[in-house]
Design a protein around this ligand. Structure first.
Ligand code: GTP
Ligand code: MG
Length: 296
């Protein structure tokens, strides 16, 4: 009798399970076969670089200061810090003008190293954070239309390739900033047209641009803000603030990253086992990236 009952129960459960599984696997399910995924090569540094789309126009429409708008640059860094908060395996970022590069640890297994996941998450978090925090930086300037960023992934197999990549971006920041500083001085202070300023600077060396700044505008380029000359390097650090427990922060630094000094002072970027503790002696305005608990 009891055996009979058990058999009946088993048969019912088999029927139910096969019904449920046929429901879940509809006849349309086969389209999954068309999906493909590309994974980042193992052991390589993963760099995601975002760049503002049409920021020449975007900066004009929103009246960014020329050649550098500190509020716009700080907003980019704020958005980058929200990406740090979202994705723990990002160990470093570098930004200037309308671009930001994010470096994932070389051994990260986040999202199985799927390229589409990494690129789309970094880009969407950055873009939405840029809009979300706009008012924190531009209190009285309305955001006229939604900005967009393009993105790419590049893999670097060695530490030295990664450092060369970052050196390239910082050298680019310096070259562009020197050019833009002279260019806008000629336009805004010498009333040249943009075409005339372009002609004047065609083929000039860095030393000649420095000389124009010094002799015609009394500007010593060396004294320009470090943020404009060196871009922003965002590092992930553990900081103990008075009366609080140790917390994670994104620390924006405006220093040389081409030489060895920076890499010796911040060994945890290349070696995830190195200490991340940071004494904020210079009171750098750090950005909290300890995951927030949202109160409803
Ligand atoms: P695509 O990236 O190809 O879509 O073009 P883009 O118009 O964004 O130009 P690109 O990325 O080559 O260069 C960024 C542009 O953003 C600069 O040429 C500037 O016009 C503008 N920009 C970025 N930062 C600032 C800033 O702080 N102040 C001002 N005035 N403009 C900025
Ligand atoms: Mg751009």
């Amino acid at each position: 009798m009891y055996l009979n009952f058990l058999m009946k129960q088993t048969i019912v459960s088999i029927i139910v399970r096969s019904f449920v599984s046929s429901m879940a696997k509809s006849k349309f399910e086969y389209v999954r076969e068309f999906e493909s995924e590309i994974k980042c090569l193992p052991n390589c540094w993963i760099v995601v670089r975002l760049d503002g789309k049409g920021f020449h126009k975007f900066s004009d429409v929103h009246k960014f200061e020329k050649p550098n708008d500190k509020k716009a640059l700080d907003l980019m860094t704020k958005a980058a810090s929200r990406v740090f908060e979202e994705l723990n395996d990002i160990c470093f970022a570098f930004g200037h003008s309308d671009e930001y590069s994010f470096v994932f640890r070389k051994n990260t297994s986040i999202f199985n190293r799927r390229q589409e996941k990494l690129l789309s998450l970094v880009n969407s978090k950055f873009s939405s954070a840029y809009v979300y925090h706009w008012r924190d930086f531009f209190e009285s300037t309305e955001l006229k239309y939604p900005p967009a960023f393009d993105g790419r992934i590049v893999l670097y197999p060695t530490d030295s390739n990664l450092r060369d990549y970052l050196s390239w971006r910082q050298a680019d920041a310096h070259i562009n900033n020197l050019y833009n500083t002279v260019f806008w001085a000629l336009v805004l202070r010498k009333n040249m047209t943009t075409k005339e300023a372009e002609e004047r600077l065609k083929g000039t060396l860095s030393s000649e641009k420095n000389e124009i700044l010094f002799s015609e505008f009394n500007i010593n380029y060396n004294n320009e803000p470090e943020q404009f000359k060196k871009g922003t390097s965002l590092v992930r650090k553990l900081i103990k603030q008075p009366g609080r427990k140790i917390e994670l922060f994104a620390v924006p630094l405006h220093c040389d990253i081409i030489g060895d000094k920076f890499w010796e002072e911040n060994p945890e970027i290349l070696d995830c086992k190195a200490a991340m503790k940071f004494e904020n002696d210079e009171n750098i305005p750090v950005l909290s990236i300890t995951s927030r608990k949202y109160v409803i």
